[in-house]
Design a protein around this ligand. Structure first.
Ligand code: NAP
Ligand code: HSE
Length: 446
């Protein structure tokens, strides 16, 4: 093997993911060389600050801040991007692909914005573009959709695709922990994005849904087209009420073909039946449940974030593209991939069972007024629970609202209702003087 010409790699970024990649290459270099048929050799490690302390040992001679020189190095075969953000990563990867290099990236924000253009650039340059780590951390969902289901047609997917959100919801449910404290822990564990609002406001999951929709449905879709909600409005009481009704609350990315062939794509927290596989996927775990014509139902589960879980997926891609280069057939990963614009379901046009939670002043007639507003908008109540004292316990997040002793929490499960009807009923209810703050509406999924 030593006599084989090495596959040379420029690594862009040496933070949580990049350092994991270097650790795995260091630990397993000999075996990886056997599997590739040539050693994998790090040629350059591009960072912002060469003096910064790293969690992995890096030869100082490899560190560089001159990205262009490292990208243009003619001895380099593969560029691995673990930096994040749309720019300069987008321009640098376009440059690498135009130069005929293969690219491996974990950058779902960039892919969500530019995957069709990057795929086209890979095809034109003759290299590969691989992005297993962009969705699901260690979960092999990209190769499942791209390769394993190549003969099949995916009709729907439901995914827990943001590890930070799942970790926060799990600890809020199990410990009643405060949102801000758990988010801080997720940052310390390397789960959260550099800008954690991307996680908790749902945009990271929307980015991942765009990547999944590209492979599952052949759809060219951009994040601003995906109705997106995060988890900031969820409180420990919602997790408790959901459990009482027989559900877990999970932050989901959902994609499915409607009966008329439109795509219904959305990101939001939802109630998942306790017996459904996604309900028991806790902590930093991710899971993607697929329904396909031939394969039927399947669920992939694994660690969705963190240094080594993500790096495992990056290195799997690196091995794929390195093998292809060694065999003289780069470009197979995106060969024949087609994406096109597809009609999207109209916002508000989908039906679901809804969980509605509101805080109201405990006065005679309030319940009748709420039921009246729901009824006027064709929303029929299936179950109702009222809890005294605003339903909060010590440690619950207050969202800045001052809640008096005469406040009650009322929670409804509806019969199947149209989203636009539910929203219209809630805007009427929230405008009433007896309601405190904004009501919460969550779909039941599954
Ligand atoms: P990170 O810890 O913040 O590391 C980013 C690295 O990129 C740092 O080494 C930084 O250099 C370097 N960098 C950033 N901007 C740069 C620039 N303009 N020029 C040169 N170097 C630059 O981020 P991360 O968590 O590893 O995430 C990296 C990517 O992987 C992101 O796209 C993220 O969404 C994705 N991802 C992360 C996870 C996860 O669990 N963390 C999982 C899946 C995918 P310095 O070290 O010098 O600052
Ligand atoms: N911040 C992301 C998450 C990293 O929490 O899922 C993995 O993509």
């Amino acid at each position: 093997m030593a006599s084989e010409k090495p596959i040379r790699v420029t690594l862009l970024g040496c933070g949580t993911v990049g350092s994991g990649v270097l650790e795995l290459l260091g630990r397993n270099g000999g075996y990886l060389a056997k599997r590739v048929g040539a050693p994998l050799e790090i040629a350059h490690v591009v960072v912002r600050d060469k003096a910064r302390a790293r969690s992995v040992k890096v030869d100082p001679a490899l560190l560089s801040t001159d990205a262009v020189a490292c990208l243009d190095d003619p001895t380099v075969d593969v560029v691995v991007e673990a930096m994040g953000g749309e720019e300069p990563a987008g321009a640098w990867l376009a440059r690498a692909l135009a130069g005929g290099k293969s690219v491996v990236t974990a950058n779902k924000a960039l892919l969500a914005a530019r995957a069709p253009a990057l795929i086209a650039a890979a095809k034109k340059g003759g290299g590969d573009l691989a992005f297993e780590a962009s969705v699901g951390g260690a979960v092999p969902i990209i190769r499942t959709l791209r390769d394993h289901l190549v003969s099949d047609w995916v009709r729907s997917l439901r995914g827990i695709v943001n590890g930070t959100c799942n970790y926060i919801l799990t600890r809020m449910r199990d410990e009643g922990a405060a949102f801000a404290d758990v988010l801080k822990a997720a940052q310390e564990l390397g789960y959260a994005e550099a800008e954690p609002s991307l996680d908790v406001d749902g945009l990271d999951a929307a980015h991942k849904l765009c990547v999944l929709a590209l492979l599952a449905f052949g759809a060219e879709i951009y994040p601003d087209e995906v109705p997106t909600e995060g988890i900031r409005a969820i409180e420990p009481i919602d997790l408790r009420f959901a459990a009482r009704f027989g559900y877990a609350i999970k932050h989901l990315a959902v994609g499915r073909e409607t009966k008329n062939g439109d795509l219904d794509l959305r990101v939001h927290p939802a109630l998942v039946p306790a017996r459904a596989p996604l309900a028991s996927v806790d902590g930093v775990l991710n899971a993607i449940a697929l329904e396909a014509d031939g394969a039927g139902a399947q669920v992939l589960v694994g660690r969705g974030a963190g240094s080594l879980p993500t790096a495992v997926s990056v290195v799997a891609d690196l091995v794929d593209v390195a093998r292809a280069r060694r065999a003289g057939v780069p470009g197979l990963l995106t060969q024949g991939l087609e994406v096109a614009r597809r009609p999207l379901a109209l916002p508000g046009s989908q039906e679901a069972i809804w969980y509605l939670r509101m805080r109201v002043v405990d006065r005679p007639g309030v319940l009748a007024q709420i039921a009246g507003a729901l009824g006027r908008h064709d929303v029929s109540i299936e179950q109702l629970v009222q809890e005294g004292g605003a339903g909060r316990r010590a440690g619950d997040r207050l969202d800045g609202a001052t809640v008096g002793d005469d406040t009650r929490v009322i929670v409804f499960l509806t019969h199947v209702a149209l989203e636009r009807d539910v929203r219209a009923a809630l805007s009427e209810i929230d405008a009433a003087s007896y309601v405190q703050g904004r009501s919460l509406a969550l779909r039941v999924e599954g």
